[in-house]
Design a binder for this molecule. Structure first.
Ligand code: PMP
Length: 338
């Protein structure tokens, strides 16, 4: 019997895809873990499910209860869809700057959406801190109670990758894997996979978009950032609960000018229509491959599907307004991006 009994059973066990162009360019095997094939179309389904299961196991989340979260979108989509399948309501606090497609999907998935201006974490009205206060309030007023998912500091997030993503990569490569690299939003993916793969001799790298502070922190001991990125869901400025205890073996920065041509190439030559964070991840894998030299196998994460960014990353006007490169085929007549 191979029938999945629910949404939850459909999360994980995503395939590894050889990224042919970058593999040939570097002489390494660069493999992408196809997280966009999760039922909520992103890597965050795993964290969402583990956070819900942990809250249920602790007795904090009761039948008909409400899950509150501050999210750039994908965790919220995972929580809302998993919640729908398990009988929980969701309230999502999201920065206004996130893509319209993600907001539409959240509403479609049944989440109540609270849009707030984008503010740094130190501001009490930052979306994460706002969601924490809202959860406290709803815990008092909702008839079946409410919990705060708190994906940044709740290590049930990292645990999802310790129990699933890390072991899957090890098994799918038959242990023939030399490196793993990805960017950090909460850090759950990179730190969780590291917990499994580093003790087995695999080097784990962290790729930072511009505007994030972790590269400078791990490389120079200074939590500072410069520049900006259009990528969503990644770019951290503090050591979250999920990043505690994690030490990368390799760190690099991948500016949008490098990440975007990679994202465009993935669609044009590999048939993979991805979001911006995947460009940072694959760009990081290329840097790690050059650092390690030819003949190595490096795994990274294909985080989410590109249709979620139709109005931004896949929109020539948006790219031009940001002074970013626009591929000729995205601009010309007659080509519709799926
Ligand atoms: N890419 C995208 C598109 C995301 O939404 C996220 C999560 N916010 C990440 C990457 C980073 O994953 P993590 O939170 O596990 O660091």
């Amino acid at each position: 019997m191979t029938i999945n009994k629910s949404f939850a059973d459909t999360i994980g066990n995503t395939p590894l895809i050889r990224l042919n162009r970058v593999s040939e360019e570097t002489g390494c095997e660069i493999l992408g873990k196809a997280e966009f094939l999760n039922p909520g179309q992103s890597v965050k389904d795993r964290a969402a499910l583990w956070i819900i299961r942990d809250a249920v196991a602790r007795g904090a989340l009761r039948p008909g209860g409400t899950i509150v979260e501050g999210t750039a979108g994908n965790t919220g989509i995972g929580l809302a869809l998993a919640g729908a399948s398990m009988g929980f309501k969701t309230v999502i606090v999201i920065p206004e700057t996130q893509s319209q497609e993600k907001k539409d999907m959240l509403r479609l998935a049944g989440a109540t959406l609270v849009e707030v201006p984008a503010k740094p974490y130190r501001d009490p009205n930052n979306y994460v801190r706002y969601s924490g206060r809202l959860a406290e309030e709803l815990a008092r007023t909702e008839p079946n109670g409410a919990i705060w998912a708190n994906q940044f500091d709740n290590t049930a997030n990292r645990q999802a990758h310790v129990e699933t993503t890390g072991p899957e990569i090890w098994e799918q490569t038959g242990g023939r894997v030399d490196g793993f690299i990805c960017a950090a939003g909460t850090g759950g993916t990179v730190a969780g996979v590291a917990e499994v793969l580093q003790p087995r001799g695999v080097k784990v790298g962290l790729a930072d978009p511009m505007g994030a502070a972790l590269y400078n922190f791990y490389e120079h001991g200074e939590m500072k950032s410069e520049g900006d990125s259009i990528s969503e869901g990644i770019g951290q400025g503090r050591i979250t609960g999920n990043l505690e205890g994690f030490t990368p073996d390799f760190v690099c920065q991948v500016p949008d000018e490098e990440a975007l041509p990679i994202v465009f190439d993935l669609l044009e030559h590999e048939g993979l229509c991805m979001g911006g964070s995947t460009g940072v991840n694959v760009g990081g894998a290329v840097k790690m491959a050059r650092d390690m030299g030819p003949g190595h196998t490096i795994v990274t994460i294909l985080c989410d599907y590109g249709s979620r960014y139709q109005s931004k990353l896949w929109n020539p006007e948006f790219l031009r307004a940001k002074g970013l490169p626009v591929p000729h085929w995205l601009d010309g007549p007659g080509r519709e991006v799926p």
